[in-house]
Write a protein that binds this ligand. Sequence first.
Ligand SMILES: [Zn+2]
Length: 291
Amino acid sequence: MSGYCGRFAPSPSGPLHFGSVVAALGSWLAARAAAGRWLVRMEDIDPPREKPGAAAAILRTLEALGLAWDGPILYQSTRIEAYRAALARLRTDGHTFHCRCSRKNIGESPYPGTCRTLGLTAGPRTAVRVRVPDETIVLEDALQGRYAQALASAVGDFVIWRADDQPAYHLAVVVDDAWQDVTDIVRGSDLLSSTPRQILLQRLLGLPHPNYLHLPLALDHDGAKLSKQTLAAPVDGIPPAATLVAALGFLGQEPPRELARATVSEVLARALAHWTPARVPRASRIVGPID
Ligand SMILES: [Zn+2]
């Protein structure tokens, strides 16, 4: 084992679709090629979006695909106290303020700073936001290259604790990546623009910065990201080896077609032996049905 530690962190809002298999396989290959650990973390802290049975279905699909993980699964729903502790630290250090704006009256982003100086206190339907400094956060992504974001004008002060008293995604991710000693994050490029927010939280909490590699996204023919929300077909009904071969093709690894008739472990062994990160395309690509 090397010091490398990667992870796959699905949210249980539905079955795995092709785009999440690409992210799982890409992070698994990168971790195993580095003789590192590979963890699975279930990001189950958004109850309104969760589907009963989805977490178990995701794990069954990963098992069928032969993507074995190390150690126990971490369920974020068991970690609320750790997120509260991080929130308390940010508050004590003066990095936060309470906000009672609704999405309706402030729109999406950037946050206009409405509550920044109001001195609001905790209460029902009150979120906590982090004060974003006026600076550009720069990320050196292993695939996408240099990515810079002027966080204050692009996003503004963002929510780290939601008005429904749930931790926000960015806070939970940052706390858990550090707690689990994750060194390398390989995930879909839909999260690239979120990464500067996570880098800021790492810095404010005194946590290490992992390395990042954002994979291309799989798109539908109409250009939409394949996702559970757009009801992209789950991969459950497709032979696992064929799914892996399609995902390898998507990642630019040029697997021979006949590999789809091999066993899952043969496909993964070959994929690992031939894994060439430099062949992974940067740009998102349109995918058709897996054959
Ligand atoms: Zn506000």
